[in-house]
Write a protein that binds this ligand. Sequence first.
Ligand code: ADP
Ligand code: SF4
Length: 661
Amino acid sequence: MGHRDPTALAVMRGVKAEGGWAVVCTEQVEVHPISEMTPLVEMRLWDDADIPAAVCVAELIHRHGALAGCELGHNGMSVSNFYSREVPVGPRCLPISAVTSAVDPVQARRMDKDDIRTVRRWHPAAALRARTAGFDLVYVNSGLLQCITDQFLSRLLNDRIDDYGGSLENRVRLLREMIEDMKNAVGDRCAVPVRLSTADLTTGLSFDRAEVEDLIGLIADLPDLFDFHLAGWEYDSRTSRFADEGHGEEFLKGPKQLTSKPVVAVGRYTSPDAMVRIVRQGLVDLVGAARPLIADPFLPRKVEEGRLDDVRECIGCSICVSGDYTMSPIRCTQNPSMGEELRRGWHPERIRPKTSGARVLVVGAGPAGLECARALGQRGYPVVLAETSDVLGGRVVREAALPGLGAWIRVRDHRVLQIDKMPNIELYRARRLDAAEVQEVGAAHVVIATGTRWRRDGIGRRHFTPISVQGTPVLTPDDLMDGSRPSGRRIVLFDDDHYYIGGVLAELLVKEGHEVDLVTTASEPSTWTRNTMEQGFIQARLLEMGVTLRTHPSLERVEQDMATLRCVFTGCEERVPADALVLVTARIPDDDLAHDLRVRQADWAAAGLHSVTAIADALAPATIAHAVYEGRRYAEEFDDGPVPTLDRPLRRELPALSPMP
Ligand code: ADP
Ligand code: SF4
């Protein structure tokens, strides 16, 4: 939310502190306009005008007894400076490699000694502003190869022949100087930690293990705390599809022994057991968390109170990261209150009590229905939750059974566990309700959370009318998730969805012995997963598995086991054999029940029924994160009156106007 939504940011950080974390840190904070991260929306301490926003953050963190950490960083050759239009700087004149785009037509210029002196001045100046704002820890952020000090450390990016290049001692010089500058500036009152990469997993060539150890040895006693992670960000923050909890642990073994200063590290440690283990094994003194904290800001309090069952474990989907890439306020699949603390007033643990005794029927126990029932139950309403299947969880159960998505089942498990504790929630399992049965339940309000089905006709982004298919079997993602399999060997999978499901199904089919042609109009498979930093991993996996990637054509028609593909640019056609088709196109809301109930609206009064509301996928298909959010939203806004529809105000923060010229 950064500088665009500063109050929302502060309130969100305050909720983390309330959750019991010892230290709550900001995101990376820009020290100067020559290192601004547009289009990412980060906090800024460019000049004194940014101090008031920083004061709010520190104050709200302090209000709950936590220490406030400010992660100052200069991103050197990893920014395009599209807002400030300044020329980026770095150890070497090379094309920039920004977080959001490695191909911006911008090069950084090589810094001379004067530049280095200037950049050195910016850090302590920003640190003083952070101290004025009230922060207790002021970081030198050197990690991920995104920060200028890491770029000086990198053997690849630093080709200098002056005393900032060549030997490790020289390449570490800027980092050493910055730590010293910061200690001199704010060390009287603030701790100065350094955030450092323990490995370069992007190329492996910037520094090796021995060099990292030498580096820590060289600065061992300078910072007050070492904070370790991996370079680059897509490796450090891999999703559960590609890395297990604690995936960076092998790079943690060793560094702590090289310093007497305390060590903290992240690694998507989502379970308290794993957190305790890495402390006991002496890998760290403090456990760091980003995603586990986003999913459950109250994790420490729950551990402290022995409520381990209540911890809402991160599923490792990185929808949170997509907020950075889409320049939208952060969101989370597991924690729908994330990013909504101010503008909607939601809290990860609390919700306002009921305002009536109205009984609510929630139909469908997918992520939306489960969250809706859970939150209504928490408010104290009498709730009936009905589900066709005897297994709760809807799409999450089906998708979590696919390759790599097992951790997603936590979306269901957490909610079912909470629902089981609430006597005011009655569960109808294995009950597919029709309109008459809904009315017999006698609920005043009905929530239709019945989900969605994938289309079988190919209509979606590319085609607005059905794709002509003759003589070739067609399967949808639902068919595959329900256990159906194509009988032939050669499968054409048309991925018109562009998120994860097409790639995951290609994996599934190849694992089961099929040959898959993945057809996408995009220039790469699963292109939206760039926003979750997974696209490169997906592409590598599909290529390694032997999936044939056909990028840029659309699937046009299929006749007698031959699929015709057409290039979206040239219109050129090619034909590929297809024993079966898998169509991953659009989805259709499963809203028959809502429709049937509306048709019977004349009977509602007699049945005591006041409202019928379709939510989430049953209204308009989207992500699991959106389904959870929609379920929560209904429960948050529900009162025993008219149910809000489209006409709801959205609280926002307005920029301060400059004086008119
Ligand atoms: P969402 O993502 O919106 O939560 P899902 O597709 O995951 O949607 O879940 C919808 C759930 O609703 C499924 O588990 C499905 O079995 C259930 N369902 C659909 N229709 C009915 C019905 N008429 N009665 C009870 N449950 C239903
Ligand atoms: Fe974890 Fe996904 Fe939430 Fe991010 S969005 S914190 S990865 S559950």
